[in-house]
Design a protein around this ligand. Structure first.
Ligand code: IDC
Length: 295
């Protein structure tokens, strides 16, 4: 808002319905003070995943719990002076248009409650992707159709908040979005990468989008494989970070949990929710500290 260039770096939760405990004041304070985090992302799955219902296929009680959780998390982040990203995390509901009504309901409920905060960034569809049975892909026009219905709902309450829109496929086609951006102010576009899976070809998409002046936010990245597991690819991660940091592109690492998979930053045998020592961090978590902490 002051014309300064800002690059945010932070951590994404895993599914907040499964791992809610990690968002607490003590943990957040450590992330800010020690890890130098300037943004937290709240991944609220919109639909069923990992045996747990999402917002759209849940009941009203759970929906209210999720809304309260998000408001509380934004408040905690605000008290610590950091940003908080509210992520409508579509995934197995691959087309955002599948749950437009529910997304509108969600944003209509939470935006008024968050209106007094200036640290909120809205991400309206994590990763548009494809019907795995028919291989039919969600197009950028389909995403725009959804965005054109949801953005006005947020705008009605918060005129100038940053709103981030996912891109096809699994938030990689920023080049396509850059050829036909949305017609609103303060919109950014999502690029996601998992370093062991996504390399030069996706970086080329990013470069093309940057050449077309598309504002990009890497709202999720992994240092391992796209399935959240696999080995850490430090060489490719460093190539990505070089590109992101040279262009001051904000980025958020996946994920804050102790799930037994490569992308979790907490070691699988650690059952703490705060006061983490370096031994409590997984290899990804240790790498995370160096990624976020570097100048
Ligand atoms: C993965 C989690 C994994 C979980 C799966 C389904 O790491 O534990 O079982 O989701 O819920 C994404 C998604 C993100 C994925 C992640 C890794 O945004 O939800 O998390 N990933 O597969 N896009 C590319 C990779």
């Amino acid at each position: 808002s002051n014309g300064n260039i800002v690059q945010l770096k932070g951590i994404s939760t895993h599914n907040i319905s499964i791992y809610p405990e990690y968002i607490n004041e003590k943990a957040l304070k450590q992330f800010v003070d020690e890890y130098k985090v300037s943004i937290m992302r709240l991944a609220m799955y919109s639909a069923f995943a990992d045996d747990v219902k999402g917002y759209a296929d849940s009941d009203d009680e759970h929906r209210k719990e999720l809304e309260d959780y998000i408001v509380n998390a934004v408040d905690m982040c605000n008290n610590l002076g950091i940003y908080c990203m509210v992520d409508w995390h579509i995934l197995f509901d691959y087309d955002p248009n599948m749950h437009t009504d529910m997304a509108i309901r969600f944003f209509k409920n939470v935006c008024p409650r968050l209106a007094k905060y200036d640290n909120v960034i809205y991400e309206i569809c994590n990763e548009p992707n494809m019907n795995l049975e028919t291989q039919e892909k969600v197009t950028w026009d389909m995403v725009k159709n959804y965005a054109n219905q949801v953005i006005p709902v947020i705008r009605e309450i918060k005129k100038d908040s940053v709103i981030i829109v996912g891109t096809p496929i699994w938030s990689q086609d920023v080049d396509i979005a850059s050829e036909s951006p949305l017609e609103y102010d303060n919109i950014m576009y999502t690029l996601h990468f998992y370093a062991a899976s996504h390399t030069d070809a996706i970086r080329d998409k990013l470069k093309k989008a940057l050449n077309n002046n598309l504002p990009i936010f890497v709202t999720e990245f992994g240092v391992g494989h796209a399935d959240g597991n696999g080995t850490i690819d430090e060489e490719q991660t460093e190539k990505w970070l070089e590109l992101l940091n040279a262009n001051k592109i904000s980025h958020i690492i996946w994920n804050l949990s102790n799930k037994d998979e490569t992308s979790s930053i907490i070691a699988a045998n650690c059952n703490k929710y705060y006061d983490f020592t370096d031994d409590d961090l997984s290899p990804c978590g240790k790498y995370m500290k160096s990624i976020i902490g570097r100048e």
